[in-house]
Design a protein around this ligand. Structure first.
Ligand SMILES: [Zn+2]
Ligand SMILES: [Zn+2]
Ligand SMILES: [Zn+2]
Length: 156
């Protein structure tokens, strides 16, 4: 079995576990999740996963990227044997801070920022177009809001 351990690190606490797991399931099957706590018992933004790598239609292992983007939030994915590539353009020559490109988080295209975006939104959680992460029907927050509304209406 092709299992490995990956570490996902976000600089924001605004991302739910469910969304991270949904995103990762494109590349691998999650076997186990660990959220380590510091010595004071506080979670510090690191998620560890034991995963089984998926294979593509040619039987080759799918490469897990070194970053994860959910809406405007970027996290790092760290795993053994990965190549250091730029988060934005995936080039191996430089890192994020030296990247000459601008990438829009709303539509995923290069050359402009989200505030200037005139394209259709491309959701980076479910990969569908027409909405962003914040309104994604697969997102945990949206599902949660829907559920709360139904409970209030007494439909549940
Ligand atoms: Zn770059
Ligand atoms: Zn755009
Ligand atoms: Zn979506």
């Amino acid at each position: 079995m092709d299992t490995t351990f990956i570490v996902v690190k976000f600089w924001t606490g605004r991302i739910s576990d469910e969304d991270v797991e949904l995103y990762l399931q494109r590349y691998c099957t999650i076997i186990q999740t660990v959220k380590p706590l510091d010595k004071y018992g506080i979670w510090y933004g690191i998620r560890k996963y034991k995963v089984q790598l998926k294979k593509n239609s040619k039987g080759l292992l799918i490469q897990i990227p070194n970053s994860i983007s959910l809406g405007p939030y970027n996290g790092r994915i760290i795993y053994p044997g990965q190549q250091a590539t730029c988060f934005i353009c995936q080039s191996g020559d430089h890192q994020l801070r030296q990247c000459p490109y601008i990438k829009c988080w709303k539509c995923g295209q290069f050359g402009h920022k989200a505030k200037d975006c005139t394209h259709d939104a491309q959701c980076n959680l479910c990969n569908k177009s027409g909405h962003t992460f914040f309104t994604c029907p697969s997102s945990y927050i949206v599902l949660q809001a829907l559920f709360t509304k139904q409970v209030k209406k007494g439909n549940f």
